[in-house]
Design a protein around this ligand. Structure first.
Ligand code: DC
Length: 222
């Protein structure tokens, strides 16, 4: 039971396409707390690195970039507004190019510690549902409630494919599946902040569940 004056932190980790963003957003709304999409921060820094032609193989260059960058995430009813040095990049960070390049930023240990610090700052101010890959294991190991949201890889690829088609992109399901598998491999094998289930996380497999069923189940366990 969370006391009235206590800050509540609910973490949701899981692989790409498991439904984390949609579910975290809804759960935050149901609970009346903020929502923090940590992936958006990795995406925003990647976008800046791409725009400035930073050598993404160089951890030092990425750290220097992170140090001269401000990323703000505002939670809106419709989702999140991502501000990169004050500029609204909410749409620009969702392209396939950014998605495929985020692993450079995500594997850089020095960049991750900066990100983790930012996320803790945001999370400690007010109650929040926070989603990502390492939020229950690294960012908030003492979270009020931790979830690990999973789904079969074929189902995750199908969801991502439907999303891209809805956005008007021309993609092939086979290519999307192979991209999801590549991202899984990078997420699970990264030396720092890899995706893994926290020992005390409640595991939910969303393969055969609707969004509302998952949200309901999560809400009931808090
Ligand atoms: O959840 P997403 O697809 O928007 O995340 C984008 C990338 O950021 C993903 O490939 C892995 C990385 N990421 C991370 O390393 N740690 C997090 N807490 C969140 C995302």
């Amino acid at each position: 039971m969370v006391k009235k004056d206590q800050v509540m932190v609910v973490t949701i980790d899981g692989p790409a396409g498991a439904g984390k963003s949609t579910i975290a957003k809804k759960l935050a709304k149901v609970l009346g707390v903020s929502y923090l999409d940590t992936g958006a921060m990795y995406r925003a820094l990647t976008l800046k690195a791409m725009r400035e032609d930073v050598n993404m193989e160089s951890e030092d260059d990425l750290i220097a970039l992170a140090k001269r960058t401000t990323i703000d995430i505002e939670s809106l009813d419709s989702g999140v507004k991502v501000l990169l040095d004050g500029e609204d990049v909410s749409q620009d960070i969702r392209t396939v190019e950014v998605t495929n390049n985020t692993f450079y930023v995500a594997r850089a240990a020095g960049v991750r510690s900066i990100m983790v610090e930012w996320q803790r700052e945001m999370g400690l101010r007010k109650s929040v549902v926070i989603e990502g890959r390492d939020v229950g294991t690294v960012v908030f190991p003492k979270a009020t409630r931790k979830y690990y949201l999973d789904a079969d890889v074929e189902e995750r690829a199908k969801r991502r494919y439907d999303e891209l088609i809805a956005k008007g992109e021309e993609v092939d399901l086979k290519d999307v599946l192979s991209d999801v598998k590549v991202r899984d491999e990078k997420d699970f094998t990264r030396k720092v902040g890899p995706l893994k289930k926290a020992k005390d996380a409640v595991v939910i497999d969303s393969t055969k569940m609707t969004i509302d069923e998952v949200v309901e189940e999560m809400k009931n366990r808090i």
